[in-house]
Structure formats: C-alpha cells, structure tokens
Design a protein around this ligand. Sequence first.
Ligand code: SF4
Ligand code: SF4
Length: 441
Amino acid sequence: MDVCTVSSESEVDKPRQADLDRCVHCGLCLNACPTYRELGVEMDSPRGRIYQMVQVSSGAPITDSYREHIDLCLACRGCESACPSGVQYGRLIEAARAEIEANTERGWLSKTVRNFVFQKLLPSPALLTAAGAGLWIYQASGLQKLVRATGLANMLGPLGSREALAPAAEIPFFFREIGKTFPAEGGRRYRVAFMAGCIANVSFARLNEATVRVLRKNGCEVVVPAGQTCCGALHVHAGIRGEARKLARRNIDAVIDGDAVIDGKFDAIITNAAGCGSTLKEYDELLEHDPAYADRAKQFKSLMKDITEFLASIELNRNMGTVDATVTYQDSCHLSHGQKIRRQPRQLLEAVPGLKFREMPLSDICCGSAGIYNVLHTELSMKILESKMGNVNLTKAEIIATANPGCMIQMEVGVRKWGNGERVMHVVEILDEAYRKGDTK
Ligand code: SF4
Ligand code: SF4
C-alpha cells in the first residue's frame, strides 16, 4: 500500500486533539491490553498506539506500519477502564480507523468485497436470509461435519481456520418476527422496542426469541419495530462511519418516529448484543453534526439499554425454577468497558435459584472475538482465546455465560479447542431456562 498524507476530507473523522492530549504516557493501561500481553510490543499497546496517532496528527504520513498497529487493536477498550487519566480510547481508535479508511487506496477486489459486505449484505434482510440459508444447508447436510472430521478444513489453510468460526444458522430466522408486537405477561408494566440485530436474526434467532420471552415475563410489551436495520457497529469498527450514519438514521426513523410509536412511546429500546449496544448508545456522537437527526439521536440514546441493564433496573420476576449448574461469566468488552455494565449480569445470574456462580480470573480481558477481528486476525485471536480458556478452566464451570453473541461464537470455538464440554449461554438464555422451569413447577 502507498504512503498517504492525510487529506482534508477526514477533518471530522480523525482523533480529536483534546482526546490525544489526555494521555500522559504513564503505561498503567499496558497490562489490561490483550495485544500487548500476547505480543509484548510497545507499538501494539494502547500507549504505543496513541503515540502513533499523535505522530499522524502532527503531520506524519499514514504508513503501512501505522495501519497494521491500529488494525491489530481489538477496540476492546480494556485500556479505557484501566486509564487513570480518563483517555477515551474507544473514540480515538474509531476515529483513527476512519481517518485511515479515508486515506487508503484499496485494490478492486478488496473494495468490492468490503462494499458488498458493509453496504449490501449487512443492511439487507433478503441477502442475509439467502446467506443464512446457504450456511444452514452446509451445516444441516452434514457437509460441515465431513469437512471438519476429514481434516479438509486444515488443508484449506487460512480459509479452513475461518470455517471453524462460522456460527450455526438457526431456522426459522428471526426476520419473520420483525414488525410484530408481543403482549406482556401478567399485565403491562413497560413498553419496549427490541433491536434484533443483523446477523443475529440468522445465527441467534433462538436467543432473540428467548429475549422476547424474558421481557414478556417481566411485564414488557415487546415491539420489534419494522424498518430497523443493522446498527452499524461493524462499520464503525472498520472506520466506515459514513455508512454507519446512514444505518443510524434508518434505525432512528424506525424506532423514534416509525409506525411502532403509533400505540405509544417506548420506555426503553433494548438490545441483547453488547457490541451493538455500544454503537447504538453512540448515535448521538455519530450524528452530532446532522441538524436533522442530532436531537432525535440523543433521544434514542437516552432510551437505549442493554437487556441486562434493563432487567437489573426493574423489579425482576422471581418466579423461576432451579438451574442446577456452576456458571462463570465472561465480561463482554463492549458491555464492561464500553458501557460500564459489570454488576448487572452477575446480579441477574445470582437471582437464578440453584445456580452457583464462580468468577474467573481476568474475566474482563477480551476473548479475542471483537466484531470480525477473529476472522481478520485469526492467529492472534486464537492465542488470546487460549489464554481466556485457561482462566475458564480454573473455575470448573459447566456453563460459560456472556452477554454478547460475538463472544458466544468465540467461546464456542474455545470450548471445542481447549474446553471441557461447557455450555455457552447468554445470560438471557439462562433466565429463560429458569422461567420455563418455573412454569412447569
Ligand atoms: S492511555 Fe491512560 S493509562 Fe495508558 S498511557 Fe495513556 S494516560 Fe496512561
Ligand atoms: S482497545 Fe484493547 S487491544 Fe486496543 S489498545 Fe486498548 S486494550 Fe489494547
């Protein structure tokens, strides 16, 4: 790739000087950084990456080396939690990637693939359904088992290692529920909008159904607003903020002004995906310069809640059966570091009768999933995951709970490679199981 100098186009989307100036280069974040822990390279630490951002902001060219070090960051924001100076690292890395994107000439193939995935596939229920159907046939026909059992996957090189990361396609897909309203059980206490995600409609259809059931059990009328689309989190992580803004506007139109509010306003907008939640809560920043949307983006953000955050804030329905299992919890980075939600998922797990909770060491260090990081940087992602599974195994837990579909896919891979047959479940799925058992008591 060519060395580029920064163009004036990226003036809005580049690290803000005030954010860069907050870093005093103390290094207290280094141990919280999974890439620094694995690689031991200063330029792959938060302090090193900020140093490089400062150089670029002072006029240094964007080089391949800079691209690589910024690219290798998981954007997990573990450094943000560790930093005593309040450096907003998440904002810095997203802006640095947007600046790189605006100043990078891609080849035809790379441009075509990126445009297809980010502009066509992720926002399109029709294309996601088609891709999901293909994945389902591959898995249900036994072809996937054959590829894995014969070692063919290993012979496919990098493609084979990525095959292992493919999530299960779950039919029927959740797309069929978009536009529907589900009544509250036992009297309506709240009216909530549920954001179903993009890929999650295909690969986490059962989790989405469980989320609706658990909300209904807690007195929520659940609306799945028509017209909603991908939240734009993957776009933001890849530095494609223009596309993310388009998706944000569509979601705001669907939830704040769409047909869904004809029967009344929402008490909350809910997501079960920590990665999506972080971006959905940043719509105000994404659209701060858009006069037509800035106020509505603030309104959207003020209602946006992670499912665990919402359930922990209301009087929880305790009519649950026993879940007799030992459970450990993997903090999703975008929940713990991005949204500062750590206590709530644990509080919900501890409310389940019979469940024995065991904390793992370093539960808030990234598992290596990080959006599509595991696909793009599979080798480093697997090193990080192996360390994570070492900590999981210390707990001897039967269930690994988490609160983000991306982490669930990664932990499933971890269990297959280094685990002891643990079940990987979303916190909501454990609650759902407890409520089902409560119903049959
Ligand atoms: S990001 Fe924070 S903790 Fe890390 S070097 Fe800078 S000031 Fe220190
Ligand atoms: S976001 Fe995560 S991987 Fe990136 S510098 Fe911070 S701690 Fe390291």
